[in-house]
Design a protein around this ligand. Structure first.
Ligand SMILES: Cc1cc2nc3c(=O)[nH]c(=O)nc-3n(C[C@H](O)[C@H](O)[C@H](O)COP(=O)(O)O)c2cc1C
Length: 399
């Protein structure tokens, strides 16, 4: 198996003793047929020379943010767009810290900030640097942005100390990249549908009933499915969020449209219903703005329950159906009830009465209720990282 053939890897080498190992990394990647473009940080060029890197990668080595001849080329953007993944090896404590703050004062950090690709880091540093709370907090931030961390390993260090902080060996880094590309190849056969955001149920041409859903969690799930190779459709109610172009993005306004578009995009292997679909719609939508009366009576009727309909459908039901439950009380009881009533495989429940998670927040803390009565709590983390965890669980169901 060689999943690295023809893959484009943008390698960033930082200024640490382990920089010399990255020469071996380039050699092994080339041997497997990958194309490699390399950036050396200023400090890295004190440890290894651009000439060695160029000789091994057979490509120009990039050094300085302002070093490109043709300014229209804009290397800091085009390099990131060119690559399939970005690999930072070794990643120094300094670069980890800079990336965690979104700094962009050199070519390497600017590219990472501008990147729309999966970013892998292989940290290497002294054990005390590694264990320092500041470094661990910085790494945590990066994990929450969805960056993948490889290693470091425990062992003897160049400085004479012993402990965790050695860069993972190049052949093991390559194994990790192989696994990543292999997973994507397998998932390419799978189709996913995600619904997200609120719905707007119009009362008259200018007013509507809605809820506080921002759509963030569903968008992150769609992004993670897509970056893991799934052919992904996101059916979204009105939100202010942006998406990558690879996702098939369907914008809808109300529950009826969301239902119709969901049907249009089936069959699928997995459907994740994270949208907060309004339970009700207005029975008779006024076609002119309702005048300001002291009292207005609105007649509501129930909307179709999209999750329940799809989950109970004999031929349309995807192999894996996942629902979300945003609850303000009795989370466990309500989630279990929903799991039964809707006949879905998992319910992902969160307590939206906690303002630090759920609607609008960048953080989430959920409990997954499985059909087989298992319950799994996932502690508070970014919606990006939670999406990755959910998608990993989805992938394990298909492999
Ligand atoms: C001899 C020497 C070895 C170093 N080794 C490491 C290392 O292994 N890991 C690390 O995080 N920093 C190491 N440093 C410190 C970095 O070089 C320094 O923080 C630098 O600013 C990193 O820049 P960069 O992140 O832009 O590559 C070393 C410095 C020297 C002088």
């Amino acid at each position: 198996m060689n999943n690295l053939e023809n893959k484009k890897i943008l390698l960033i080498i930082c200024g640490g003793v382990a920089a010399y190992k990255s020469l071996e990394l380039i050699r092994l990647l080339k041997k497997r047929g990958a194309s490699i473009k390399t950036i050396l940080t200023n400090s890295a060029s004190k440890f290894i020379t651009p000439l060695s890197v160029t000789s091994l990668s057979q490509e120009k080595t990039y050094l300085d943010l302002f070093d490109f001849k043709n300014e229209a080329e804009m290397d800091h953007i085009s390099l990131s767009r060119w690559s399939d993944i970005v690999l930072i090896a070794p990643a120094t404590a300094n670069t980890i810290s800079k990336l965690s703050y979104g700094m962009s004062d050199d070519l390497a950090s600017t590219i990472v900030l501008a990147s729309d690709k999966k970013i892998f880091l292989a940290p290497a540093m002294n054990v005390r640097m590694w264990e320092h709370k500041a470094n661990q907090e910085n790494l945590n931030k990066l994990k929450n942005y969805g960056y993948k961390i490889i290693g470091p390993e425990i062992g003897d260090m160049a400085c004479g100390e012993y402990g965790e902080g050695k860069m993972t060996e190049p052949n093991i880094i390559i194994e990790r990249l192989e696994l990543y590309f292999n997973k994507i190849k397998k998932n390419k056969k799978l189709k996913a549908i995600v619904t997200a955001g609120p719905t707007h149920e119009y009362i008259d041409p200018v007013r509507y009933i809605t809820n506080k859903s921002s759509g963030k969690q569903g968008y992150e799930i769609a992004k993670s499915l897509c970056s893991n190779g799934f052919e992904t459709t996101l059916i979204s109610g009105p939100t202010n969020l942006k998406l990558d172009s690879e996702i098939n993005f369907i914008k809808v306004t109300n529950a009826d449209e969301m239902f119709k578009e969901t049907l249009n995009h089936l069959p699928a292997d997995v459907a994740i219903f994270s949208a907060a679909v309004s339970d009700w719609k207005i029975k008779n939508i006024a076609n002119k703005k309702i005048k300001k009366n002291p009292e207005v009576n609105l007649k509501l009727e129930t909307n179709i329950d999209i999750l329940k309909y799809i989950s109970n459908h004999n031929s349309l039901r995807p192999k894996l159906v996942i629902g979300f439950a945003a609850e303000t009380d009795d989370v466990e009881m309500n989630a279990k009830k929903k799991l039964d009533e809707k006949n879905c495989d998992w319910i992902i429940a969160n307590d939206v009465s906690d303002r630090t998670i759920g609607f609008g927040s960048d953080l989430n803390e959920v409990t997954i209720f499985y059909k087989n009565d298992e319950i799994e709590k996932i502690t508070k983390m970014s919606k990006t990282l939670l999406a990755e965890k959910i998608v990993e669980k989805v992938i394990s169901k298909f492999n």
